[in-house]
Design a binder for this molecule. Structure first.
Ligand SMILES: Nc1ncnc2c1ncn2[C@@H]1O[C@H](COP(=O)(O)OP(=O)(O)OP(=O)(O)O)[C@@H](O)[C@H]1O
Ligand SMILES: [Mg+2]
Length: 230
């Protein structure tokens, strides 16, 4: 498996409180090749976001390891993990996580600012990406001045800004109307073709899932090839 971009081995995750123990992920094995597009389907509460967060080092597994280009991610320090996320990954969160005090353009440019890139150039690049997601007239708006779907598109533009090798997206079309959903499908295709970016999407949108190279389903803590066919 030397050619995988991402690989996880035997990931386990549970949540417990005084009353119950919930085993969310059970020995999940998964790998994705450079440039591959994969969708994960699964019922609400099945652990899709949890898995995505662990793969992106935003959450810690109980056991198991995640490898990026054969480097063990949980052997890294928190600081190294943060640097890795900023330079190699794009993340579209289920609840966007935009910074409320910054404009759309500044939010999109934030990974570049963190890297120490030139501010003006970074904002120019961010503005171009916002145009690409149909938000050329919302560049100076702050998140509370944007609709839910517009915020989602800002989050997608932010995930693209570093030209990452891998994009994780949690329900990227969840709040979008048909027209914007179509434009996100097209954007994913374009980015994948242009930069060979790999995508791992969590979605309830079966149409989006069918556009990926592979579709998996999270059932009872196990990640399995989707049985419904393509
Ligand atoms: N911090 C936490 N403490 C306790 N339980 C949690 C915690 N985070 C998540 N869970 C539980 O773990 C399960 C999986 O959550 P997760 O967010 O991964 O689901 P999901 O598949 O992304 O669902 P959805 O499709 O609704 O977004 C849920 O039942 C949830 O209640
Ligand atoms: Mg979720």
């Amino acid at each position: 498996m030397t050619d995988s971009l991402f690989r996880c081995e035997k990931i386990n995750k549970h949540y417990s409180d005084a009353n119950q123990d919930l085993q969310i992920l059970r020995d999940v094995d998964f790998s994705i090749s450079p440039g591959e597009k994969v969708a994960i389907l699964g019922a609400s509460g099945s652990g899709k976001s949890t898995l995505l967060h662990i793969l992106g080092t935003l959450d810690q597994p109980d056991s198991g390891e995640v490898f990026y280009q054969n480097q063990a991610l949980f052997a890294k320090s928190k600081k190294q993990q943060a640097r890795f996320r900023n330079s190699e990954l794009g993340f579209v969160y289920q609840f966007h996580h935009l910074l409320p005090e910054f404009t759309a353009a500044e939010n999109v440019a934030m990974p570049l600012f963190i890297k120490g890139d030139n501010k003006k150039q970074s904002l120019k690049h961010a503005t171009e990406l916002l145009a690409r997601v149909g938000l050329e007239n919302r560049v100076e708006h702050k998140p509370n001045q944007l609709s839910g779907g517009e915020r989602q598109r800002v989050a997608i533009a932010r995930a693209l800004v570093n030209q990452p090798k891998m994009i994780f997206a949690d329900e990227p079309t969840g709040n979008l109307d048909d027209k914007n959903t179509e434009s996100i499908y097209a954007l994913i295709e374009d980015i994948n073709k242009e930069f060979a970016t790999a995508f791992l999407l969590v979605t309830h949108d079966e149409r989006l899932a069918r556009k990926m190279d592979r579709t998996l389903r999270l059932v009872k803590g196990k990640l399995l090839p989707d049985q419904k066919g393509r």
